[in-house]
Design a binder for this molecule. Structure first.
Ligand SMILES: *Cc1c(COP(=O)(O)O)cnc(C)c1O
Length: 450
């Protein structure tokens, strides 16, 4: 790892040569060549020429544990102890009383919505700025995902936009700690208590994120996590539900295991409740068990590098870094900022992203206005939803997407980099800042170019 880094930075310095000196030393003379100063999109040299860390990463030391499961033939959770070991260890890590491992983050959401009694014809208030799985989990339960607005300063659900969206059908609020940025949970929980609603945290991007001294995933009734390949704690696929209520977690266990009785949640016959199969495999559990220290160390690196980026980027006019809730500590599944084209001579959001990509900094626009994609039209025009909701409700629902002004602004102005970039070197972070500064300096020329 260390060798790799040294080699990479050596190659990098050899390649960029004296240009690197110009932006690393604060008082260094600007010996930047015209070529290096020119935006890469206009034929200049990219600020960052090396590669970025790959993802996922693993260690040879994990191999015996995986082979052991393979050779045992005890691959499913009922035949071995690894999934339970993982559940106990993860609960401890998050500070939850209980944890249930699931096949994925999506199935963790499905389990949670079911046990918190979100039924056909109900409504759930959801954050719109999220991965599509959050919408789908509600829809699959034949409930309506009602979108609250996004706060452009925080990128998370705007608590002030929740209450006006509550109807007599609302059962739950589903805030999303998107990009590992904790939602402002106190006002959300206060609204939930006032209206007797359940709170399910979508913490599928927020392993170890903190809000007021506690971890995301224990701040509502149930928390949902994902261990999909791209996530900070990956096992290909995988997920977990966390919480402090034995009653709820026993119900989760039963539901995710074909409705079989579990703990205090039992009936007179073995199959007394609905259920499905959302079980985690032993292979997933042993891979996850190897990664706790790695997750903790990498989280520290991402946090330190994100802070460095924020300090550099916020000095550039037109770049707005995220505002965090008081006393919170994010984990940066992506590193986002908002972009104001007016401060960049009208250089469009899209073109800014292309210019930054050309400088060797991979990034994208985050989530778009997905509710206009057609999946919700398909749902509300389906036979089932038409049976469950009145035409007037479905019409008002469809029209309500136009009210999401904060979310529209966020979708049109966000720039986000994936977490693996934050695992680069400190020099790599300086490249990102310098690339944005270079684009700002040349924004007029970039805006004119096609
Ligand atoms: C990844 C993710 C999910 C779904 O998790 P899977 O494990 O892919 O099913 C849900 N919500 C958010 C915000 C996610 O990022």
């Amino acid at each position: 790892m260390k060798d790799q880094l040294n080699r990479r930075s050596f190659i990098h310095h050899a390649a960029v040569g004296s240009a690197a000196v110009a932006w690393l030393g604060s008082k260094a003379p600007m010996v930047m060549s015209a070529e290096a100063d020119k935006p890469a999109m206009l034929g200049g040299t990219p600020v960052h020429k090396g590669s970025w860390p790959g993802w996922p990463t693993w260690r040879e030391s994990w191999e015996p544990a995986v082979i052991e499961v393979l050779r045992s033939g005890r691959w499913f959770r009922g035949a071995g102890e690894h999934v339970e070991e993982f559940e106990q260890a993860y609960a401890k890590l998050i500070g939850a009383k209980r944890c249930l491992a699931t096949a994925s983050g999506t199935t963790a959401l499905l389990v949670s919505l079911h046990v918190l009694d979100v039924d056909a014809g109900d409504e759930v208030i959801v954050s719109p700025f999220t991965f599509i799985a959050t919408y789908n989990a509600v829809l699959i339960n034949k409930a309506l995902p009602v979108f609250a607005d996004t706060d452009p300063a925080t990128l998370t659900i705007d608590p002030a936009s929740i209450e006006s969206r509550i109807t007599d059908r609302t059962r739950a609020i589903l805030p999303v700690h998107i990009y590992g940025l904790p939602c402002d949970m106190d006002p959300i929980n206060a609204i939930a208590r006032k209206h007797k609603l359940a709170v399910i945290e979508d913490a599928c991007q927020a392993w170890l994120a903190e809000y007021k001294g506690r971890k995301c995933g224990v701040l509502g009734d149930l928390g949902c996590f994902s261990f999909q390949n791209s996530k900070h704690l990956p096992s290909g696929e995988g997920g977990a539900v966390t919480g402090d209520s034995d009653d709820l977690l026993d119900r989760c266990q039963a539901f995710h295991n074909c409705g079989r009785a579990f703990g205090n949640f039992k009936g007179p016959r073995p199959y007394f409740t609905r259920g499905s199969n959302y079980r985690m495999q032993q292979f997933q559990a042993v891979i996850l068990m190897q990664q706790f220290d790695k997750l903790i160390k990498e989280t520290e690196i991402r946090r330190a590098h994100a802070q460095h980026l924020t300090e550099g980027l916020k000095t550039i006019p037109g770049i707005q870094t995220v505002r965090l809730p008081e006393n919170s500590n994010p984990v940066w599944h992506l590193y986002p900022f908002r972009y104001d084209a007016d401060q960049f001579n009208g250089l469009s959001h899209n073109k800014f992203i292309r210019a930054l990509n050309a400088e060797g900094v991979p990034c994208g626009a985050g989530y778009h206005e997905q509710y206009f994609d057609g999946l919700l039209d398909e749902a509300i025009n389906s036979r089932g939803f038409k049976r469950l909701f009145s035409p007037a409700r479905l019409k008002a629902y469809r029209e309500s997407f136009e009210e999401l002004k904060g979310n529209r602004l966020v979708c049109n102005t966000t720039v986000a980099m994936t977490q693996n970039l934050l695992l680069g070197s400190r020099d790599d972070m300086d490249h990102i800042i310098e690339a944005v500064r270079k684009i700002h300096k040349h924004s007029a020329a970039l805006a004119k170019a096609s």
